[in-house]
Design a binder for this molecule. Structure first.
Ligand SMILES: *Cc1c(COP(=O)(O)O)cnc(C)c1O
Length: 403
């Protein structure tokens, strides 16, 4: 009886706290239509796409359709899309696969200082295994400038990888210009577009990139499925040898339900784009950022103010720790992040914010608020009501307040 009363009270409390998920850069929920598309492929349509019977043929047809959907999201041909186990795998496959396939002896490779760890650590490993690595700086808005790329190129440069948009501060790079510089000189160019694909229009028929990485779980698809666009004619050495699936570039029985989910997510992204989602979400994102700056003293936006992902907001709040903000926001039902999911939990501030020239103490006060298709203006109003008093409380406790 008492237990029941307590449960009821808890339920009321839980019900009354508004839940606002603002961590879409870490992962997105899987959209209902995506789940619906996937479900039959676990059970009655479970065939192996490589089998010759009707179950296999059905699965093959669905995989082909999903490949077309993912391809058309970025203007590619279906045969230029290879499905992988995640975005990180696609990044590894692009960099290592393309370099290992090269026979010209060129060993100089270039990336930027603000990449995702899938790229950072691949380059580190290559640096210890016979390659010469140059890391490009970024400006204070986190932009990789064409001039810095030009200055870094050498006669033996084999490959350049620069991310389309940054996951921590949302800045979009001038990929068309960077790619053109490489193409002019016959240097391979890869871009990690995991944060951008499905959220900003991408057209590889016009964009001079040779390889481009995507991941379903950053665009309302399931976790554990990625894709690499590989321009027609470009040869890669596989990371996974075996049965020769995915044009021989990524062996292993196709993860049919997840591939179907990725296809459905790509179609949803195009629908959202046509419905004007980018301008809707960027408008309330700007309301959030402007509201924080106006209400929280000594706070500022990180990343480029306009050349940024429409759903992405990030700020630094001086004199306090990101972790403290996250915990108190979580009590208030608001899910945010500080730095990237991989860096938070360690004491080192994010490599991205340091590369942008922020000092350690300021970088520790970073907060990332990334919106999604289901984020409403009321959600933003709620955050703007809850957040300023949290900062005030934390600053009262902070050892370095009031400088
Ligand atoms: C999330 C992310 C990845 C990694 O994708 P996974 O599917 O989680 O491996 C790579 N690059 C960027 C920019 C990302 O945001």
């Amino acid at each position: 009886m008492i237990c029941k009363r307590v449960n009821n009270i808890l339920e009321v409390i839980v019900m009354e706290i508004r839940k606002v998920y603002l961590d879409h850069s870490a992962t997105t929920p899987v959209a209902k239509e995506v789940v619906d598309a996937m479900l039959p492929y676990f059970t009655e349509k479970m065939g192996n796409p490589n089998s010759l019977h009707s179950w296999g043929r059905d699965a093959r047809g669905a995989v082909d359709e999903a490949r077309s959907s993912v391809a058309s999201l970025i203007g590619a041909e279906p045969s230029e899309i290879v499905f992988t186990g995640c975005g990180s795998e696609a990044d590894n496959l692009a960099i290592k696969g393309a370099l290992w396939a090269k026979k010209d002896g060129k060993k100089h490779i270039i990336t930027s200082a603000v990449e995702h760890h899938a790229i950072v650590d691949s380059f580190k490993w290559l640096g210890k295994n016979g390659y010469d690595v140059t890391i490009l700086p970024v400006d204070s808005d986190c932009v990789v400038t064409p001039d810095s790329l030009k200055a870094a190129l050498r006669d033996d440069t084999a490959l350049v990888s620069v991310m389309y948009a940054n996951n921590e501060v949302g800045t979009i790079n001038p990929i068309a210009e960077l790619g053109a510089i490489c193409r002019e000189r016959g240097i391979l160019f890869h871009t990690d577009a995991v944060q951008a694909a499905g959220h900003v229009p991408i057209d590889v028929t016009k964009l001079p990139v040779d390889m481009l990485t995507m991941a379903a779980h950053k665009m309302y698809g399931p976790k554990g499925i990625g894709a690499l666009y590989i321009r027609r004619g470009l040869k890669l050495v596989p990371l996974i040898h075996g049965g020769g699936q995915e044009y021989g570039i990524r062996s292993g029985t196709e993860n049919t339900p997840y591939i179907i989910g990725f296809g459905a997510a790509a179609r949803l992204a195009q629908k959202l784009h046509e419905a004007g989602e980018e301008s809707r979400v960027s408008l309330i994102r700007d309301k959030l950022l402007d509201g924080i700056i106006a209400r929280v003293p000594d706070s500022f936006v990180t990343g480029h103010r306009t050349q940024r992902l429409p759903y992405h907001g990030s700020v630094c709040v001086k004199w306090i720790e990101g972790e403290g903000m996250l915990l108190r926001l979580d009590y208030a039902g608001i899910g945010a992040s500080s730095g990237s999911a991989c860096t938070s939990g360690s004491l080192e501030p994010s490599h991205v914010l340091l590369a942008m020239g922020l000092d350690h103490a300021t970088a520790h006060g970073s907060l990332r608020l990334t919106l999604g298709k289901d984020t409403s203006e009321e959600d933003i109003d709620y955050v703007l009501k809850e957040f300023p008093p949290i900062v005030e409380t934390l600053r009262k406790m902070s050892p370095y307040k009031g400088k």
